[in-house]
Write a protein that binds this ligand. Structure first.
Ligand code: MSP
Length: 517
């Protein structure tokens, strides 16, 4: 058995359509999944939809729909959008799936058996946008408004079932301290550690079903209550793998993928994923995921995204950009523009600039020059390598990329990975400018050297495209076919200098990234 890689995204609320925030995490997970598959690792990539809770019930009521009708109509937007963006998820879980609901109830039963849940009364402030109870002091600090959305907090008072969260605080602290890779980046880890130092209260994990239009997963021991939406949602990461096993539904084998290698989230849902989630797993005696990575947030044209400001990077806006520039350009942009973990700003100008500089003038131009010159001077056949070509700077840049790729992916440093790709593109374009193959082509005595130069260029482009493939699957395949190479390619096999076979026929040249004015 090879190495296993299990990556997840948050499951998205179906009260609204997808936007750049959802696309961002999902593209990142897709790139990682594609990279690991290309390395020959057994890979599982899960995404899905979070369909219960107040948010959905309210949004449905506003539209005159039942929650199920709303969920059924909006979930399709996500599923279609992921296809459009070429997302290669292996599974898509909906919290309204029977497979999830049954397993969630079995999880609740386990928690009850282990005396992890007790009945109490909840009274306090609730942030309906975040689906989260807020302590009196935190509520006061924010003038009884949501710290995230600014909307007024709502006063709740009801009987509720509680999870003995406070009991796990010491163990969790010890775990986070002993496992520096558990919460990333480091700044987020520190944030969680310092908040945990303030203490931890037990967590209300049930809601009255009557107040939720009966939309939720009922508790096995109290049919009037359903599971709190966050507990419902977090458990998707294991129910989708067939945990706990119930009946014979054929998906139990996936449990081998647990613990997750990497769970990607946005910074706003850090606490749920790094405190509630691991404590729940400890209470179930299930091992913890290896890494929870929280990325930053996108603003748009310098401001917080908002529909009323007209700067909302919606599914429609992204679709239009992809139609104009290609979906691969969008996939590339979001991971190239901002270090993963930091906040970033989306702007059309920045997008077009990156496109023209990195893609049209960079890899696109390099590919076109190389294929055209080999076409013209060597009848479109890969020439012989030659030591007199002076291609060491190109080969060194290629080797730097090969060495950096694995560690960069391991740390979700997508922009560092892409920097190395760009370095190789730049080194090769410079090599062409300096060696001037078009001049050498006029001198018959230079033929061998000319061949060596173009061999090195073709080899560099081959590596550039191979390493870009997880980010830009379509464009990389198109480019590689211009080099006469067909997929599928395994990075662990093709990621070495000098693998192009002299004499091999190239395909047809075509512009990969036409310049945009
Ligand atoms: N349903 C919960 C997650 C449950 S996971 C067990 C949820 N859903 S969400 O649809 O509201 O948000 C999903 C993700 O989108 C979050 O990771 C959030 O950080 C991300 N983003 C929402 N707006 C964003 C930006 N403007 N920029 C980047 N990511 C953002 O929360």
């Amino acid at each position: 058995m090879g190495q296993k890689f299990y990556v997840t995204t948050p499951i998205y609320y179906v009260n609204d359509s997808p936007h750049i925030g959802h696309a961002y995490t999902t593209i990142a997970a897709d790139v990682l999944a594609r990279y690991h598959r290309a390395c020959g690792h057994q890979t599982w990539f899960l995404t899905g939809a979070d369909e219960h809770g107040v948010k959905i019930v309210k949004a449905a009521a506003e539209k005159g729909l039942t929650p199920r009708q709303l969920a059924d109509s909006v979930v399709v937007h996500f599923q279609e959008f992921w296809k459009f963006l070429n997302i290669s998820n292996d599974d898509f879980i909906r919290t309204s799936d029977a497979r999830h609901e049954k397993r969630l109830q079995a999880i609740m039963e386990r928690l009850l058996q282990r005396d992890q849940v007790y009945q109490g009364k909840y009274e306090g402030w609730y942030d309906e946008g975040q689906e989260e109870f807020v302590t009196e002091s935190a509520a006061r600090e924010n003038q009884y408004q949501s710290a995230i959305s600014g909307k007024p907090l709502v006063r709740y008072s009801e009987p509720s079932w509680f999870f003995r969260l406070s009991q796990w605080r010491e163990k969790l602290l010890a775990y986070i301290q002993a496992h520096p890779e558990f919460i990333r980046p480091e700044s987020r880890r520190n944030e969680v550690l310092s908040k945990l130092a303030d203490g931890l209260e037990d967590l209300s994990i049930s809601r009255s079903l009557a107040k939720l239009d009966n939309w939720g997963v009922s508790l096995p021991n109290d049919p009037t209550h359903c599971v709190y939406v966050w507990i419902d949602a977090l458990s998707n990461y294991i129910t989708a793998l067939g945990y706990p096993p119930i009946g014979q539904e054929g998906d139990q084998g996936r449990w081998d993928f647990w613990p997750a290698s990497l769970q990607l989230i946005g910074k706003d849902i850090l606490w749920f994923h790094t405190v509630y989630w691991p404590c729940l797993l400890m209470a179930l005696d299930v091992p913890l995921p290896r890494t929870i990575f929280a990325h930053g947030w996108w603003t748009s044209e310098g401001k917080k995204m908002s529909k009323s400001l007209g700067n909302f990077v919606s599914r429609e806006v992204i679709t239009e950009l992809c139609n104009e520039y290609s979906r691969d350009a969008f996939r590339y942009f979001v991971l190239r523009e901002v270090p993963f973990g930091a906040d970033g700003d989306f702007s059309r100008q920045a997008f077009q600039l990156r496109y023209n500089v990195d893609l049209a003038n960079g890899v696109g131009n390099l590919l076109a020059r190389t294929v055209n010159m080999i076409g013209r001077y060597f009848q479109a056949q890969v020439p012989q390598p030659d030591p007199s070509a002076g291609a060491q700077p190109v080969q060194q840049a290629a080797e730097a990329l090969i060495a950096a790729a694995g560690p960069a992916m391991e740390q979700c440093r997508f922009n560092a990975y892409l920097d190395k790709v760009q370095d190789l593109v730049n080194a090769t374009n410079k090599f062409i400018d300096v060696t001037e193959p078009f001049k050498l082509a006029k001198d018959a005595t230079q033929r061998q050297r000319l061949g060596g130069i173009l061999y090195a260029c073709a080899e560099a482009v081959r590596l550039v495209l191979s390493y870009l493939e997880p980010f830009m699957p379509d464009k990389a395949a198109e480019g590689l076919s211009q080099l006469g190479l067909a997929g599928p390619r395994r990075l662990d096999q093709v990621g070495r200098w000098g693998l192009l076979t002299p004499g091999q026929a190239l395909g047809k040249a075509a512009m990969l990234f036409p310049r945009k004015l």
